[in-house]
Structures are given as structure tokens and as C-alpha cells.
Design a protein around this ligand. Structure first.
Ligand SMILES: NC(=O)c1ccc[n+]([C@@H]2O[C@H](COP(=O)([O-])OP(=O)(O)OC[C@H]3O[C@@H](n4cnc5c(N)ncnc54)[C@H](OP(=O)(O)O)[C@@H]3O)[C@@H](O)[C@H]2O)c1
Length: 275
């Protein structure tokens, strides 16, 4: 059985769709009709997810962050090892390392725990998601950031799901980490130009100094110090770059990852003007 946690998320839904017809168990915190078997499980009570696992299962380990998240996911890894799970495919982040800023720190702790667990594993370390751009634009005609003029790589979450589906359905291979990127690393001005041409209305990118971007995020309800860390991460990544491109998606799945233009065309309704 393939047990998919985070099944209702942007990666999870695409993964469940790809694995239709297989022996799949989708897991989320509330009952959900996903067209496959479903169970309720919550990482804040690791036993509710550990209790779903049987010897030989393959586990897709994914959750959005919450307070104390690394400890809870590590507990699920321990329970999976005890249950005799055959493989864990987990979602981490590019440059994950214990002590790193934002989610990269806890992701680094989870990655290290998984590597030491003895369970065969694949750790997916994706760059930023194209899906973030939907929330950045919010149906408007401009979006803001502190990225500066450097290139930034975004990946379509559907491509992360495609990699996970391939790894969860082929024979379990050597344990590895996979740096996953999209096929291009545009500047945010270039992203705005692609949005303008694909979505058919003028869209601008507005670059702000870090303190102004942090204040803007705080005004949108992002708590401090997270708002400042996030704005700082924009500027740092914009300078030093999450720009490097890998060919891993195509190597694992046999297909190139979606371009930004593909993604925008497929999600045009989500980018439609608000109101
Ligand atoms: N966004 C980015 O740019 C980016 C970049 C690199 C890596 N990542 C990583 O990608 C992961 C998120 O991916 P995603 O696209 O699937 O996120 P998502 O669309 O926000 O979905 C999150 C999923 O986690 C589940 N979840 C949240 N809290 C849970 C809990 N306590 N117990 C059980 N399930 C819980 C949610 O299920 P419910 O239905 O129960 O809420 C949902 O299915 C995170 O680890 C993030 O750090 C994100």
C-alpha cells in the first residue's frame, strides 16, 4: 500500500490523481472524498499516522509546517521504521540544513533523522513553488517582493508529485536526496512579463526594500519575526540565487518539468482578476 500524507495539499492532490488504480491510502486531518481510500490522521498525534502503517508499505511524508513540526514528523519516521515500512519519500526544501532559516532548518532536522532511520528513502528538495505566485498576485495587477533583479527558480508542484509517483511505484532504489527545479530561472520582472502575455492583462512586479516588504507581509497577517525573515530570504535568494537548474525531474519521470507559461495557462482561473 502507498500511504499519502498531506494528500489534500498542492503536491498531494496531484500525487493521488497520478496513483489512481493503485493500492493507495490518502491521509489528511479531516475526512475527504478524493476518489481513493482515505483515513484521518494528524501529525500532531503521530500515533494516528503510525497506526495506519503496515510492513512493506511505502509512505509519502508531507505536511505544511506547524509549531513543533520536525519532532512530530521524526516520531512518525520512527513509527514507520518500527512498522517495517519499505520506503519513505519525503518533501523537504532546497538547501535544507539544521539551523538554517525559515522552514529549511526544521526540514534539515527531519532529513537528517530520516537518513539515520535505516528506512530506505528519497528526500525531495524542491525550489520555490509556482503555486506561490497565485497568492502573491491575489487576482490583482501587480505583485510585490524584495527579490531584486536576480533570477529565481520556481517549480510546478505537479512536477514534484510526478517525481514522487515515479519513486513510489518503481522498485525501491538506493536512498538519495533529489534537488528538484523548474526548467528556467527568470527575474521577477520577466515573470510579470510572462504573466502579462499568458494571462492577457498588464501585470507588474514591484520590488521593495526588505523592511518595506517585511512591513507589507506583516500587514497581510504574517507574524514577526517570520515576515522579516521571509523578506530577507527574498533578497538573499535573489542575490545568491536559487537560480541553478537541475535535470532531475526529467531524469526521474522521463518528461521535462512544466514551464512558467504552461503553469500560468493551466491555472488561469486561479489568477483571474479578483471580484
Ligand atoms: N511553497 C513553497 O515554495 C515550498 C518550497 C519548497 C518546499 N516546500 C515544502 O512543501 C511542503 C508543503 O507542500 P504542499 O504543497 O503539499 O503544501 P500544502 O498545499 O500547503 O498542503 C499541506 C498538506 O499538509 C497537510 N497537513 C498540514 N498540517 C497537518 C497535520 N498537522 N497533520 C496532517 N496533515 C497536515 C494538509 O492537510 P489538511 O487537509 O489536513 O490540512 C495538506 O494536505 C512543506 O513541507 C513545505 O515546507 C514548500
Amino acid at each position: 500500500m502507498i500511504v499519502i500524507t498531506g494528500a489534500t495539499g498542492s503536491i498531494g492532490r496531484a500525487l493521488v490523481a497520478r496513483l489512481h488504480g493503485q493500492d493507495v491510502l490518502a491521509v489528511s486531518r479531516k475526512p475527504a472524498d478524493m476518489g481513493v481510500r482515505h483515513a484521518v490522521g494528524d501529525f500532531t498525534s503521530p500515533e494516528t499516522i503510525g497506526g495506519l502503517l503496515s510492513p512493506g508499505d511505502r509512505l509519502f511524508l508531507n505536511s505544511s509546517p506547524f509549531p513543533g513540526w520536525a519532532g512530530r514528523l521524526n516520531e512518525v519516521i520512527d513509527r514507520a521504521a518500527k512498522a517495517g515500512v519499505a520506503q519513505i519519500v519525503s518533501v523537504s526544501v532546497r538547501d535544507a540544513a539544521p539551523g538554517a532559516s525559515l522552514s529549511a532548518g526544521p526540514h534539515g532536522e527531519i532529513d537528517e533523522h530520516l537518513r539515520a532511520s535505516g528506512v530506505p528513502h528519497a528526500i525531495l528538495q524542491p525550489t520555490g513553488f509556482m503555486q506561490n505566485l497565485i497568492g502573491d498576485l491575489r487576482g490583482g495587477d501587480r505583485f510585490h517582493g524584495a527579490w531584486g533583479g536576480g533570477g529565481m527558480n520556481y517549480i510546478d508542484a505537479r512536477d514534484i508529485a510526478a517525481v514522487a509517483a515515479a519513486l513510489l511505484t518503481r522498485p525501491v532504489g538506493a536512498s538519495e536526496s533529489y534537488l528538484l527545479t523548474g526548467p528556467e530561472s527568470p527575474t521577477h520582472e520577466e515573470i510579470a512579463a510572462t504573466m502579462t502575455s499568458v494571462l492577457g492583462r498588464p501585470i507588474a512586479y514591484v520590488d521593495l526594500p526588505v523592511p518595506e516588504m517585511a512591513a507589507r507581509l506583516a500587514g497581510q497577517g504574517v507574524p514577526e519575526p517570520f515576515a522579516t525573515e521571509l523578506a530577507t530570504a527574498h533578497a538573499t535568494l535573489g542575490e545568491t540565487g536559487w537560480a541553478e537548474i537541475t535535470t532531475t525531474v526529467e531524469e526521474v519521470t522521463g518528461r521535462p518539468p512544466h514551464t512558467l507559461a504552461d503553469f500560468l495557462a493551466d491555472h488561469a482561473a486561479a489568477f483571474a482578476p479578483a471580484g
